[in-house]
Ligand binder design. Structure first.
Ligand SMILES: NC(=O)c1ccc[n+]([C@@H]2O[C@H](COP(=O)([O-])OP(=O)(O)OC[C@H]3O[C@@H](n4cnc5c(N)ncnc54)[C@H](OP(=O)(O)O)[C@@H]3O)[C@@H](O)[C@H]2O)c1
Length: 244
């Protein structure tokens, strides 16, 4: 059987690295894409040394939507594409700095959705493939403390849902991942409750297992499904007065 390849967009993140390791340990070939090539190459060398698997690196900026077609053309078409790209940004700044707000929206929604759309069409033409989007529970309900990021993740989650619905009959699988809190560079400045905080390795393993079982939507720690069910059930008249 031919070796399988996974393309990971946002290859410099802790979650991407853990996910790449989860796939490489099971014999997959890895394509890592991101905007910091030197850092990507260091990751690639390390993953390759640990697993003995080939890891290639590719220049990719999620804000350069005009380059997505050429980016896909230049790659051997993988079996799976995972978008890990995301930008938490600075919510207070985004409330008045529209450029920053737009950067957060484009980095978490427009770019990830459009690049997966490019690969979706290629997978459809070939007849197989799977797409994975790392979204967020922040997209399940807008909160005052991070609604610019949250609304972009909500858009991405809805896009993935629609893509999954459209492609279900053509055998192309689409999986949405809602990690909950994860200890990474993005959250290193935050105090996170250990019980609902995952490690990047946990995310990587859950992504691999979820894809293997053709799951549609996964919450990395299942307790988050319940947490978000409760948060979404709070009446708006009460919710708007909470400091969340
Ligand atoms: N950590 C959490 O608690 C948590 C919770 C829920 C969801 N998530 C999601 O998980 C994913 C990974 O996050 P993380 O926690 O591992 O944080 P991270 O290290 O900040 O990862 C973000 C990744 O996105 C990349 N990226 C940002 N803007 C880009 C652009 N314009 N073009 C290409 N790549 C770009 C970054 O690349 P550079 O190295 O070049 O900046 C980095 O690889 C994100 O989608 C995030 O929203 C994280």
């Amino acid at each position: 059987m031919a070796e399988k390849a996974v393309l990971i967009l946002g290859g410099t993140s802790d979650i991407a690295r853990a996910t790449a390791l989860a796939f490489a340990r099971r014999g997959w070939t890895i394509q890592l894409a991101g905007r910091a090539l030197a850092e990507l190459q260091r990751e690639a060398d390390d993953i390759s040394t640990r697993t003995g698997r080939p890891v290639s690196v590719h220049q990719f900026d999620v804000l350069s939507t005009g380059s997505f077609t050429a980016f896909a053309d230049a790659l051997p078409l993988p079996d799976v594409v995972i978008s890990v790209v995301g930008l938490l940004g600075d919510q207070p700044r985004a409330e008045t700095d529209l450029g920053h707000a737009a950067e957060i929206m484009r980095s978490n929604y427009e770019g990830p959705a459009l690049v997966l759309a490019v690969f979706a069409e290629r997978f459809r033409a070939r007849g197989h493939g799977a797409l994975v989007g790392i979204s967020s529970v922040a997209g399940d309900r807008g909160r005052g403390s991070n609604y610019v990021y949250g609304s972009a993740k909500a858009g991405f989650t809805a896009f993935l849902s629609g893509l999954r619905n459209r492609l279900a009959s053509s055998g192309i699988h689409v999986m949405t991942v809602k990690p909950g809190f994860v200890r990474t560079r993005m959250t290193e400045h935050m105090k996170l409750p250990p019980v609902i905080t995952a490690s990047p390795d946990e995310v990587g393993e859950r992504v691999f297992a979820g894809l293997d079982r053709r799951k549609d939507v996964i919450y990395v720690r299942p307790v988050w499904r319940l947490v978000m069910l409760i948060i979404c059930a709070i009446p708006e008249a009460v919710f708007k007065r909470l400091k969340l």
